[in-house]
Design a protein around this ligand. Structure first.
Ligand SMILES: Nc1ncnc2c1ncn2[C@@H]1O[C@H](COP(=O)(O)OP(=O)(O)OP(=O)(O)O)[C@@H](O)[C@H]1O
Ligand SMILES: [Mg+2]
Length: 306
C-alpha cells in the first residue's frame, strides 16, 4: 500500500507537487498519469525518500521509505534506468545490491532470467541498449521480492515485444497481491495494463479511480443513428428533446444525436415505423478522456501557428 497525504514539494518558486493525496492498493496495477512536468517523478522520488517533502507525507506500507531497513525487500523501484554504473556487469551490479540488502545471491540469476537477461549476465552494463537497461532496472526492482513496486515510465525505449512482456509481468505481479504503481505521460500505454488510475496535472490530483470510471467521464459523445428516413427521424428526435446533426459523407443518411440514449432513440423510431440501419453509442477513448481532463494543466504546449 502506498499512501500520499497532502504531499507538497516546492523548488524555489516552483510548486512541483501541490497538496497531493491518493492511495495505491495492493492487487492492482495502478497507472500514474499526467502530462510532462505534472510532478510524477517528483512524487515517486518523495515516496522513495530520494527527496524530502516541503509538506505532507508519503508512505509505503505505513512508514516513510527512509525508515525501511534493507529497502529492496520492501519496495522495488525503477526511476532512471540510465543511472547505473556502466563498468560493472549486470550480475555484479545485482550481486552487490543483494549483499547490501541481505538478499540471497540466488535471486540474482532468478531475476536476470525473469527479465530475459540471463545471456547478458556477464556483460558490462555500459554496452547495454536502452531496452536492456530498462530490463536490468526491472530486475533490480524485483531482486528483493518486494510487496510494493514503482516504475517511472517503464515502457520508454522498449520494443513492441518488450512492451507486451512488461505488461504481462505487471499484471502478474499485481495478481500475486503486490502493489504495482507505474507512471506514464501516455494514456495509450496504460490502457491495457492498468486497472486503476491516479491522474495529476500541475502537481494536483485530477482523478483517482478505476479505468472504467475514468473512461466514463469522457463519454457523452452521443449516438450515431443510420436510417433512410433521416428527415422524419430528425423531426421525431428533436421533438423529444435531442439535438440532431446530419453527419458523415454525402449520400449516407446518418445522424449524430445527443441528449437521448440509444434505447430511447430505438423506441421512438419503432413507434414512428422508422427503420434504423445503424445505432451506435459513441464513447470517448481513454486517450480523449485524458486529454480533456488534463487540457488545462498542460504546462509545456507547442505554440499555435497563425
Ligand atoms: N530539482 C528540481 N529543481 C527545480 N525544479 C524541478 C526539479 N525537479 C522537478 N522540477 C520541476 O517540477 C515539475 C515537475 O517535474 P517532474 O519531473 O516531477 O514531472 P513529470 O510528471 O515526471 O514529467 P515528465 O512526464 O516530463 O517526466 C516540473 O516543472 C519540473 O521542472
Ligand atoms: Mg518524469
Amino acid at each position: 500500500m502506498i499512501e500520499v497525504n497532502e504531499l507538497t514539494k516546492r523548488y524555489g518558486a516552483k510548486t512541483a507537487v501541490d497538496h497531493l493525496s491518493f492511495t495505491v492498493r495492493p492487487g492492482h496495477v495502478t497507472g500514474f498519469l499526467g502530462p510532462n512536468g505534472a510532478g510524477k517523478t517528483t512524487t515517486l522520488r518523495l515516496l522513495l525518500g530520494l527527496d524530502a517533502p516541503t509538506g505532507g507525507s508519503a508512505t509505503v506500507s505505513g512508514v516513510a521509505f527512509r525508515s525501511h531497513a534493507r529497502g529492496l525487500r520492501h519496495v522495488g523501484a525503477l526511476l532512471d534506468a540510465g543511472r547505473v554504473h556502466g563498468g560493472r556487469t549486470a550480475a555484479a551490479h545485482l550481486s552487490a545490491l543483494a549483499r547490501s540488502n541481505g538478499i540471497s545471491p540466488r535471486r540474482v540469476d532468478a531475476v536476470l532470467s525473469e527479465v530475459g537477461l540471463a545471456e547478458a549476465a556477464n556483460r558490462r552494463i555500459g554496452g547495454f541498449s536502452l531496452g536492456m537497461k530498462q530490463r536490468l532496472g526491472i530486475a533490480t526492482a524485483l531482486l528483493g521480492d518486494p510487496p510494493v513496486l514503482m516504475f517511472d515510465e517503464p515502457v520508454n525505449g522498449m520494443d513492441p515485444e518488450g512492451v507486451l512482456w512488461m505488461r504481462r509481468l505487471f499484471r502478474r505481479l499485481a495478481a500475486e497481491g503486490r502493489t504495482v504503481f507505474l507512471s506514464s505521460h501516455l494514456m495509450s500505454e496504460m490502457e491495457n495494463t492498468a486497472d486503476r488510475l491516479v491522474v495529476i496535472g500541475r502537481g494536483r490530483l485530477i482523478a483517482d479511480e478505476s479505468v472504467g470510471d475514468f473512461a466514463a467521464r469522457g463519454a457523452g459523445l452521443g449516438v450515431v443513428v443510420g436510417t433512410r428516413q433521416a428527415a422524419e427521424l430528425a423531426a421525431v428526435l428533436t421533438a423529444a428533446g435531442a439535438s440532431v446533426d446530419p453527419e458523415g459523407a454525402r449520400g449516407t443518411e446518418r445522424l449524430a444525436v445527443t441528449g437521448l440514449p440509444a434505447e430511447r432513440i430505438a423506441a421512438l423510431a419503432f413507434e414512428h415505423r422508422i427503420l434504423l440501419t445503424e445505432l451506435t453509442t459513441r464513447t470517448a477513448s481513454l486517450e480523449e478522456a485524458f486529454m480533456e481532463l488534463t487540457a488545462e494543466s498542460v504546462e509545456y504546449q507547442a505554440g499555435q501557428l497563425r
